[in-house]
Design a protein around this ligand. Structure first.
Ligand code: HAM
Length: 421
C-alpha cells in the first residue's frame, strides 16, 4: 500500500496553506495591536511539564503522545501551549521584568483523540498568555482580543460563552457540593466519572458520556457557591465586556477540559450550521495556581488558544477566504529551451521585487501562453533567438495587449513605471 500520513494528521496543501498564512498574519497583527510578543517553545517537553499530580483531564490522562527516550526520559508531544509557555516563563525568569508578560504563539499540538471533522491528532493553535497580573479588565481585554480577531477575519456566526469557576475557597465548597450530589448517582455514572467523583467531581460536568443524563440538569451550580470576592471579580469581567459591547452568554455548565482554571473561563463557539459537533473555535481562562505549581512565583495568568484548522473550516463555510491564487507580475516565456539569458532576466526581475515565473521546458508558444494565463501574469516576457542575441525582451501587457521590445537595461525601468510603487 502507498505510504499514508499518520491517522488524524493531515497535509496542508498550498490552497489551504494560503488560508493559514492569511489567518497567521491577521493574528500577528492583533498581537501587535494588543502588545503581545510572539514566542516559540519546543514541540516536545518532558512529560512532567504537562502531567501534574492528580491531574484528571482527559487530555493529560488519555490523549498524550508520550514516549521514552534512551530508556530514561519520558517525553511528550505538546497537547497544548500553556504549560510549555509557563515552563519557559519560569526557566527564563521572565517574571523578573515588566509585568504582565504578554506572549503569543502559533504552533502544532498533538492529542490522541478520535479523529473527526474539526478534531485532529495534530492541529494548530494560535494562542496568547498574559502572565503576572490579575485584573478583571485584563480578562475582558483578552476576550476582546480573540473576539475582535475572529470578527475581523470575517466570521459572523459566533457566540461567546463565559463562566467563573471561582477562587480556591469557592471551588472547594462547590467541589464538596458536587461530590455529595453525584454520590447519590454513583452507579449511574460512567466508569471514568466514578473515578472523577473521588478525584475531581468538577470534571463530571464536562463528561461527553454522562453529559445528557437526567440527573445532570439538577447538579449544583457554581453561582451558589461563589465567595463574595469571586462574584465581584466575575461581575467586573462582565462589566468590562458590556463596556466593549461584546455579547456573551453566561453558561454555568462551562468548566473547560483542563484542570488548571480558576475564576474566569470562556469559549467562543460557531453557531453556523456547518460547525457540527466541533463548534468551539477557541477557549481559555484564568489560572491562579499553575505558575506556582510548576515551580514559579505566585503569579496568576490568563490566556486562550484558537484551533486554527477549525477556524479555517468555519471560515470556508462562511465564505470568508479569497479563493484566487495570488497573481504574477511577469511570466517569462522561454522559446530557447533553457538558455542562461532567460535565467538572467528572471533573476533580475525577482531581485527587483517582481513576482516572476519561468518554465525552462521546451514547449510550444501556445502552451506557454496558456501557462501565463493560468498564473494570471500581468506581463509576459518573451525570449527567443532575436531577444537573446540583442539582449532584449519582448514584453506583452496582458491588460491592454500592447507589446514592446525593450533592452535588458530598460526592462526594470519600464516595469517600475507600469506597476512599481
Ligand atoms: P483547549 O480548549 O483544550 O484549550 O483548546 C483550545 C482550542 O484548540 C479548542 O477550542 C479547539 O478549537 C482547538 N482544539 C483542541 N483540540 C483539538 C483537536 N483535537 N483538533 C482540532 N482542534 C482542536 C487549551 O489548549 C488551552 N491551552 C487554552 C488556554 C490558553 N487556556 C489558557 N491559556
Amino acid at each position: 500500500m502507498a505510504l499514508q500520513a499518520v491517522k488524524g494528521m493531515y497535509d496542508i496543501l498550498p490552497d489551504r496553506m494560503r488560508k493559514f498564512e492569511h489567518v497567521d498574519n491577521l493574528f500577528k497583527y492583533f498581537l501587535e495591536l494588543y502588545g503581545y510578543e510572539l514566542t516559540k517553545t519546543p514541540i516536545v517537553e518532558y512529560t512532567k511539564v504537562f502531567q501534574k499530580d492528580n491531574d484528571t483531564s482527559d487530555m493529560v490522562t488519555k490523549e498524550m503522545f508520550t514516549f521514552t527516550m534512551n530508556h530514561k526520559d519520558s517525553l511528550t508531544l505538546r497537547p497544548e501551549g500553556t504549560a510549555g509557555i509557563i515552563r519557559s516563563f519560569i526557566q527564563n525568569k521572565l517574571y523578573s521584568g515588566e509585568l504582565p508578560v504578554k506572549l503569543g504563539y502559533i504552533g502544532e499540538m498533538f492529542r490522541y483523540e478520535r479523529p473527526q471533522k474539526g478534531r485532529q491528532r495534530q492541529f494548530t493553535q494560535l494562542g496568547i498568555e498574559a502572565l503576572g497580573e490579575k485584573n478583571p479588565l485584563l480578562d475582558a481585554e483578552v476576550i476582546a482580543l480573540g473576539y475582535s480577531f475572529v470578527k475581523t477575519l470575517g466570521l459572523k456566526a459566533i457566540s461567546v460563552c463565559i463562566n467563573t469557576l471561582g477562587d480556591n475557597s469557592s471551588r472547594m465548597a462547590y467541589r464538596q457540593a458536587l461530590k455529595a450530589y453525584f454520590e447519590q448517582y454513583r452507579d449511574l455514572l460512567c466508569l471514568d466519572c466514578q473515578n472523577r467523583l473521588d478525584k475531581n467531581p468538577l470534571r463530571i460536568l464536562d463528561c461527553k458520556i454522562d453529559h445528557d443524563k437526567e440527573f445532570m440538569a439538577n447538579a449544583p451550580k457554581i453561582s451558589d457557591y461563589l465567595s463574595a470576592e469571586a462574584k465581584a471579580y466575575f461581575d467586573a469581567v462582565l462589566a468590562g465586556l458590556d463596556l466593549l459591547n461584546i455579547p456573551y452568554v453566561i453558561d454555568e455548565s462551562l468548566v473547560r477540559g483542563l484542570d488548571y482554571y480558576t475564576d474566569t473561563v470562556f469559549e467562543v463557539k460557531s453557531t453556523h450550521e456547518a460547525s457540527g459537533a466541533q463548534s468551539t473555535i477557541f477557549g481559555g481562562g484564568r489560572y491562579d495556581s499553575l505558575v506556582e505549581e510548576m515551580g514559579g512565583p505566585d503569579m496568576s495568568g490568563i490566556g486562550f488558544a484558537i484551533g486554527e484548522e477549525r477556524l479555517i473550516l468555519l471560515g470556508e463555510a462562511e465564505g470568508i477566504f479569497e479563493e484566487e491564487k495570488p497573481s504574477l507580475d511577469v511570466y517569462v516565456i522561454d522559446l530557447l529551451a533553457s538558455d542562461p539569458y532567460v535565467l538572467k532576466v528572471a533573476t533580475a526581475l525577482r531581485n527587483n521585487g517582481y513576482k516572476t515565473e519561468v518554465n525552462y521546458k521546451k514547449r510550444s508558444l501556445k502552451a506557454q501562453f496558456k501557462s501565463a494565463e493560468r498564473f494570471k501574469a500581468r506581463f509576459i516576457a518573451i525570449i527567443g533567438e532575436d531577444e537573446r542575441n540583442d539582449m532584449t525582451v519582448t514584453l506583452k501587457d496582458s491588460l491592454d495587449k500592447s507589446q514592446v521590445i525593450l533592452r535588458f537595461d530598460e526592462l526594470l525601468e519600464y516595469l517600475d513605471e507600469k506597476i512599481g510603487d
